[in-house]
Design a protein around this ligand. Structure first.
Ligand SMILES: *[C@@H]1O[C@H](CO)[C@@H](O)[C@H](O)[C@H]1NC(C)=O
Ligand SMILES: *[C@@H]1O[C@H](CO)[C@@H](O)[C@H](O)[C@H]1NC(C)=O
Ligand SMILES: *[C@@H]1O[C@H](CO)[C@@H](O)[C@H](O)[C@H]1NC(C)=O
Ligand SMILES: *[C@@H]1O[C@H](CO)[C@@H](O)[C@H](O)[C@H]1NC(C)=O
Ligand SMILES: *[C@@H]1O[C@H](CO)[C@@H](O)[C@H](O)[C@H]1NC(C)=O
Ligand SMILES: *[C@@H]1O[C@H](CO)[C@@H](O)[C@H](O)[C@H]1NC(C)=O
Ligand SMILES: *[C@@H]1O[C@H](CO)[C@@H](O)[C@H](O)[C@H]1NC(C)=O
Length: 751
C-alpha cells in the first residue's frame, strides 16, 4: 500500500493538476493533552473513531493511522487528503490539524551541504571537559540517575562510550523499552543505554520502504550522528579515544558521563540516489511520537539536534508542541538553533594521509577544470566532475569553499589524481575552520591566507607547496569566537524573544561514531572508525544537554525555565584571552550571535537568582503572540499580557516607540539574607531603568518582582536607529557573589 503510494507521489511531480485532489499527506491532529482519566486503549479508540468519521471505511481508517499519541500529547498522525483534514479540523474537540512537511527537518551538522551564508560551526578552543569537570561534574555526581533522551539517527551500542561497567540498576521510574529490529535486540541495551526505540512511519509514507542497505530498521545508528551526540551528552570516559589518524588522542567523555541514555531514532537517509554524506531527514510526525514516548518513558532531559530548513511557527512546529508538553512535566528540552560559532585561525585537517615531504606543483582549481566547466568563480570550488585529471595529476590543488561538501571537494581532487588539497575559506567563511577527515593529504586555510595563496599562484609561473602532516592543536587562542555567518537573530518567529539563548561548543568535536559508515560517509570512503570529528549546532546542543543534566542532578526540583535561566544568566562574553568573544572576521560578537553568551557550566549550578516560568506562563505567552488554541483546558484572558512580560532571562524589543516597560520576577536560589543591586549597560541610543534597583531576599525560594523601562533617547531619528537596526546592552543583578546578567536587544519602530 505504501509502496504504491510512493509510485503515485512521484507521478505527482509531472501531473499535479490531475491527481492533486487525491494527494495524501501526513497530518498531525491535535486534541491537547490527556486528563489522565482514560486508558491507553480508550485513547486509541477515540483517535480511531475520530479518524473513521472522515474515512470511507474501517480498513481505510486503520491503515491511515500512523501514530496515536497517548502518553502526554493527545492526538494522532494520519495520512489524510486535504478534504479529510479540513473535516477533522471542524470538529469541536480538535485543537488543530497541521500538515507536516516531508523533508523540512534534518540533522544539524555542517558535514551536510554548505551554502554561502548558511554555514558555520562552533569551536570550543578551550577544553570542554576540563571546564565542565571544574567540580560541577563531581558536585552533580556526574549526572548519576538523570535520564537523557535523544532524538537522532540511532546509536552504536557497542561503543565503549556506552559501556555500563559499574552502573547500578536501571532507575525504578524508568518505563521505556529496548525495541528490537535489524541488528538490534534487547541485549543491546544495558544499564547505561537503558532505552531505544525507532520511528519511521511518516518517513516511509513519503519515501517508500526503507532500503536496508542504507540504514538499519532498528535503533542502531548507521549515520554516526546519533552516536556522536549521545556520547557528547553522556558518554563514559574513554581513554585513548582518537579519530582516524590518531588526531585528538586522549580521553573522550560526555558532559555528564554517568547519566542514563535513551535513543529515539527518528532520522533516516532520504533517497538512495543521494549521497549518504548529505545526512538524514527527520519527519515531524515521527519526532512527535518520539517526544510523546520519551515523556511517557520518564526521561529528565531531551536533546534534539535537529533543525528545520523551512519557516516554522509555534502551531505548525511539532517539536515546539512536544516541548511544551515536556515543560509541563519538568523535562528540559535542548534544541539545536541552527549553525553558528567560532573557530581558531590555523590550518586544520584531520586527514591521516601524509604527503612525502617535498615540494609539489601548486595550482588553482579554476585553472585546471575540464573544458566544459564555466570559467567563473564556481570553477575554483572543486565540484564533482569539474577537474581535469590531465591538468591536475601529481599536483596540490587550491579549492575554494562555497558550494558542495568540504570532504567532497577532497574526493574530487583525489579523483583527478592530485596529491593534496588546500581548502581555502571564502571571505564569507572568514576564519572559520573545521577539522575534516579528508580522503587525501589536505589542509584548510582562512580567507586571508587563501587570497595570498591565490595571488601567489597567479603571480608565479612555478608555484609550489608542501603539506606537513597534521597535528592536533589544543588550547588554540583566541577561543571561543563566533562565525559571522551563523544562523542569527532576530528571532524570525517572535522578534520580541531573543534567540538563540546560548552558545556552546560545536566545531571539531570528537565523539563516538557508527562503525557501519565511514567518517566522511562518502561512497568511496570505506574507513571504519570508533570516534570521529563532527561540527554543527548538533554538537553544541548535546553539550548544553550535558550541562543541563548536571544542573538537574544537583537541583532535581528546578523547573525547565529555572535551569534555562541558570545557564543563560551565567554565560560568559569573554574568550580564553579575557577579550570579548569575536566573530570570524574579528568583530565583537553580539547577542544575535550567541544569545546570553557562552555556556559556563561551573557557574550554572549556582546562579543566585533564576527567572522561573510555568507551563501556564508559556500558554499566556502563546496567547500574546496570537496562538489561542493550544490547551483545551486553558482559555486565553480577554487581554493577553505583553510578550515582553514573559519571565525570560533576556529582553528583546523589536519595535520600540518611545518607551516600554517590561515586568520580571526573580526567585532567590542562592543564600539567605542576600541583597542584590542592579547595574545597567544601556544599548547605545537608549536609556534603561531597573526599578527597584535593589532587591532583598530573606529566604531561599523567595520571589521579588521588578520592572525594566527602556526609552529611546530623543526622537527616533535622533537615536540614529533605523527600523530593524538593533542596539545591544544588558542589565545585571549582583550580590557580591552571584552575577545574574540579562542581555537587551532593542530596535525602534519606524514612526
Ligand atoms: C542479540 O544479538 C546478539 C548478536 O548481535 C546475540 O549474541 C544475542 O544472543 C542476542 N540476544 C538476544 C536476547 O536475542
Ligand atoms: C537497495 O539499494 C541497493 C543498493 O543501491 C539496490 O541494489 C537495491 O536494489 C535496493 N533495494 C530496493 C528494494 O530498492
Ligand atoms: C535513481 O537513479 C537511477 C539511475 O540513475 C534512476 O533511474 C532512478 O529514477 C533514480 N531514483 C530516484 C528515486 O531518484
Ligand atoms: C503557522 O503555520 C500554519 C501552517 O503552515 C499556517 O496555517 C499559519 O497561518 C501559521 N501561523 C502564523 C502565525 O504564521
Ligand atoms: C558560473 O556559471 C554557471 C553556468 O553558467 C552558473 O550556473 C553559476 O551560477 C556561475 N557561478 C557564478 C558564481 O557566477
Ligand atoms: C609567466 O610566463 C609567461 C610566458 O611564458 C611570461 O610572459 C610571464 O611574464 C611569466 N610571468 C611571471 C610572473 O613570471
Ligand atoms: C550613527 O550610525 C552610524 C552608522 O551606523 C555610526 O557610524 C555613527 O557613529 C552613529 N552615530 C551615533 C551618534 O550613534
Amino acid at each position: 500500500m505504501k509502496n504504491l503510494f510512493f509510485v503515485l507521489s512521484s507521478f505527482l511531480v509531472f501531473l499535479p493538476l490531475l491527481v492533486s485532489c487525491d494527494e495524501r499527506n501526513v497530518y498531525i491532529v491535535y486534541f491537547g493533552e490527556h486528563d489522565g482519566s482514560k486508558t491507553l486503549q480508550e485513547i486509541e479508540d477515540n483517535h480511531h473513531s475520530s479518524l473513521f468519521s472522515v474515512k470511507k471505511n474501517e480498513e481505510d481508517a486503520r491503515s491511515s493511522l500512523l501514530y496515536s499519541y497517548k502518553n502526554s500529547i493527545n492526538g494522532f498522525a494520519a495520512v489524510l487528503t486535504a478534504e479529510e483534514a479540513s473535516m477533522l479540523s471542524e470538529k469541536d474537540e480538535v485543537v488543530s490539524v497541521s500538515q507536516t512537511k516531508p523533508n523540512a527537518w534534518s540533522l544539524q551538522t555542517t558535514r551536510s551541504w554548505e551554502f554561502i551564508g548558511a554555514e558555520g560551526g562552533m569551536e570550543f578552543g578551550r577544553n570542554v571537559d576540563s571546564e565542565i569537570e571544574g567540580n560541577l561534574q563531581r558536585k552533580a555526581n556526574y549526572g548519576k540517575n538523570i535520564i537523557v533522551g535523544l532524538l537522532d539517527s540511532g546509536i552504536w551500542p557497542e561503543s565503549r562510550s556506552f559501556s555500563d561497567d559499574g552502573f547500578g540498576p536501571v532507575p525504578k521510574s524508568w518505563k521505556g523499552i529496548c525495541q528490537t529490529g535489524d541488528s538490534f535486540n534487547s541485549s543491546h541495551c544495558n544499564r547505561k543505554l537503558i532505552g531505544a526505540r525507532y520511528y519511521l512511519k511518516a518517513f516511509e509514507h513519503y519515501n517508500g520502504r526503507l532500503n536496508n542497505s542504507f540504514d538499519y530498521r532498528s535503533p542502531r545508528d548507521h549515520d554516526g550522528h546519533g552516536s556522536h551526540t549521545s556520547a557528547t551528552v553522556g558518554g563514559r570516559k574513554v581513554e585513548k579515544a582518537s579519530a582516524i589518524g590518531g588526531f585528538a588522542s586522549g580521553t573522550a567523555s560526555g558532559g555528564a558521563p554517568l547519566v542514563r541514555l535513551a535513543m529515539y531514532k527518528v532520522c533516516w537517509p532520504i533517497n538512495p540516489n543521494m549521497s549518504l554524506a548529505q545526512g538524514d531527514t527527520c519527519l515531524e510526525a515521527d519526532m512527535l511520537a518520539a517526544i510523546d514516548d520519551a515523556i511517557g518513558d520518564g526521561v529528565n532531559v531531551i536533546s534534539i539536534s535537529i533543525g528545520s530548513n523551512q519557516p516554522i511557527n509555534y502551531t505548525n512546529d511539532g517539536i515546539a508542541m512536544g516541548a511544551l508538553h515536556a515543560i509541563k512535566k519538568n523535562i528540559v528540552v535542548s534544541c539545536a538553533a541552527g549553525n553558528s560559532g567560532p573557530a581558531p585561525a590555523t590550518g586544520e585537517s584531520a586527514t591521516p594521509h601524509k604527503l612525502k615531504k617535498r615540494m609539489y606543483p601548486l595550482v588553482y582549481a579554476g585553472d585546471v577544470v575540464e573544458p566544459h566547466v564555466p570559467k567563473n568563480s564556481t570553477a575554483g570550488q572543486c565540484l564533482p566532475g569539474s577537474l581535469s585529471p590531465k591538468k591536475t595529476k601529481g599536483k596540490i590543488v587550491l579549492c575554494m569553499r562555497g558550494e558542495g561538501m568540504r570532504v567532497g571537494k577532497g574526493e574530487e581532487v583525489k579523483r583527478a589524481g592530485a596529491v593534496g588539497m588546500i581548502l581555502g575559506n571564502s571571505p564569507l567563511n572568514g576564519n572559520d575552520l573545521a577539522i575534516d577527515p579528508h580522503v587525501l593529504p589536505a589542509t584548510q586555510v582562512v580567507a586571508d591566507d587563501a587570497i595570498s595563496i591565490f595571488n601567489y599562484i597567479k603571480s608565479s609561473n612555478k608555484s609550489v607547496a608542501q603539506i606537513d602532516p597534521g597535528m592536533t592543536i589544543v588550547n588554540t587562542k583566541p577561543a571561543p569566537s563566533m562565525a559571522s555567518f551563523s544562523s542569527m537573530g532576530p528571532n524570525p518567529l517572535v522578534a520580541d524573544i531573543l534567540k538563540p539563548d546560548i552558545t556552546a561548543p560545536g566545531v571539531n568535536i570528537l565523539s563516538a561514531w557508527s562503525e557501519s559508515s565511514s567518517p566522511t560517509k562518502l561512497d568511496m570512503d570505506h574507513r571504519v572508525v570508533k570516534y570521529n570529528f563532527d561540527s554543527g549546532t548538533s554538537m553544541a546542543c548535546p553539550h548544553v544537554a550535558g550541562v543541563i543534566a548536571l544542573v538537574k542532578a544537583i537541583h532535581p526540583t528546578w523547573s525547565s525555565a529555572a535551569i534555562r535561566s541558570a545557564l543563560m544568566t551565567t554565560a560568559t562574553l569573554t574568550n580564553n584571552l579575557g577579550k570579548p568573544i569575536s566573530t570570524a572576521s574579528g568583530e565583537i560578537a553580539k547577542p544575535f550571535n550567541y544569545g546570553s553568551g557562552h555556556v559556563r557550566p561551573r557557574k550554572a549550578s549556582d546562579p543566585g537568582l533564576v527567572y522561573d516560568a510555568s507551563y501556564t506562563d508559556y500558554l499566556l505567552f502563546l496567547c500574546s503572540v496570537g496562538v489561542q488554541k493550544v490547551d483545551p483546558s486553558f482559555n486565553c484572558p480577554k487581554i493577553s499580557p505583553s510578550v515582553h512580560d514573559l519571565n525570560h532571562p533576556s529582553l528583546a524589543i523589536s519595535q520600540l516607540s518611545g518607551t516600554m516597560t517590561a515586568k520580571r520576577i526573580v526567585t532567590n536560589v542562592g543564600g539567605k539574607n542576600s541583597l542584590y543591586r542592579a547595574s545597567v549597560s544601556p544599548p547605545q541610543g537608549f536609556l534603561v531603568k531597573v526599578d527597584p534597583n535593589e532587591l532583598y531576599f530573606k529566604d531561599v525560594g523567595e520571589k521579588q518582582s521588578f520592572t525594566i523601562t527602556v526609552t529611546a533617547k530623543g526622537s527616533h531619528k535622533a537615536s540614529n536607529s533605523t527600523q530593524g537596526e538593533y542596539s545591544f546592552g544588558s542589565y545585571t543583578w549582583n550580590d557580591g557573589m552571584h552575577v545574574v546578567r540579562s542581555p537587551i536587544a532593542v530596535a525602534v519602530s519606524q514612526a
